[in-house]
Design a protein around this ligand. Structure first.
Ligand code: NAP
Length: 263
């Protein structure tokens, strides 16, 4: 098993990509702390994985709150005495367009997607530095590099996560801590389906088909498509990989404009 004797904190782990990563890490032997604000789903996932013999606990933590971030790491330390892996996965998508960008919407997205990454990492990195080891995996988005209409705050937050990842890699690397980003494309999760439903008035089928047609791999991704790359970056399989952005998008972002049938 690739994560034996490792303790992992995964934020936004009650559903979607975070839940898939949590399952995968538990199967690889990690003790996992699930952190989220969606209590029922988080407790139910922790219960299910614990019943299968894994050490998985749920902690309510709003990543945009410094006191929650601090308490989350304190709970991990008191339960396990160490944190080896942090997956900063919690994120929200709220659409708003120029020139009507709404300040409350902007602040909410930046607070969760960017400030939240900084806050949890700050408290985890203190503990990792004391042991001179650790791996941080930040779930950004292909919107960090290429974007479209309606997602200015989201894209800005994800570009921020990408450069923050590089800053972590540079400053924490000498202490044995690696930081890397994953840039997912279209992944079928509650976040993605809610957005697809909103965009289509509840008829997301053609929207998803059109998305799949834009991807060289000709499908929308599933949460498990991200858990393998996250495992690679979290584990000792990637000990000399530091500061990268790994696209997990079926090839979506490598295309020249206009080179596929859907544009
Ligand atoms: P998801 O299905 O909405 O799951 C994210 C989880 O994070 C939810 O349980 C959510 O709760 C929780 N969360 C929201 N705000 C939080 C906060 N302040 N503190 C702690 N937890 C919070 O989303 P997902 O699609 O799995 O996305 C996971 C990550 O991947 C995000 O960072 C997202 O931006 C990124 N990503 C996703 C896609 C995609 O296509 N799905 C593509 C690129 C990047 P609520 O449901 O209450 O919000």
């Amino acid at each position: 098993m690739k994560l034996s004797n490792r303790v992992a904190i995964i934020t936004g782990a009650s559903q979607g990509i975070g839940a898939a990563i949590a399952r995968r890490f538990a199967e690889e032997g990690a003790r996992v702390m699930l952190a989220d604000i969606l209590d029922d789903d988080g407790k139910s996932l922790a219960g299910e994985l614990s019943a299968s013999g894994h050490d998985v606990r749920y902690v309510r933590a709003n990543v945009s709150s410094e006191s929650d971030a601090k308490a989350l790491v304190e709970q991990a330390m008191s339960a396990h005495g160490q944190v080896d892996i942090l997956v900063n996965n919690a994120g929200i998508l709220r659409r708003t367009s120029w020139p009507d960008i709404d300040i409350a919407n902007w602040n909410e997205v930046l607070a969760v997607n960017l400030t939240g990454v900084m806050l949890v990492t700050k408290y985890v990195a203190e503990q990792m530095r004391a042991r001179q080891r650790g791996s941080i995996v930040n779930i950004a988005s292909i919107h960090a590099e290429l974007t479209g209409p309606g997602v200015a705050a989201y894209a800005a937050s994800k570009a921020g996560v990408q450069i923050l990842t590089r800053s972590m890699a540079i400053e924490l690397g000498p202490d044995g801590i690696r930081a890397n980003a994953i840039l997912p494309g279209y992944i079928r999760t509650p976040l993605y389906m809610n957005d697809a439903n909103r965009a289509t008035g509840g008829n997301p089928g053609p929207f998803i088909d059109a998305a799949a047609a834009r991807v060289p791999s000709r499908r929308v991704g599933e949460p498990d498509d991200v858990s393998g790359p996250a495992l690679f970056l979290a584990s000792d399989e990637s000990l000399y990989v530091n500061g990268i952005s790994l696209a997990v998008d079926g090839g979506l972002a490598i295309q020249q404009a206009g080179t596929n049938p859907a544009g």
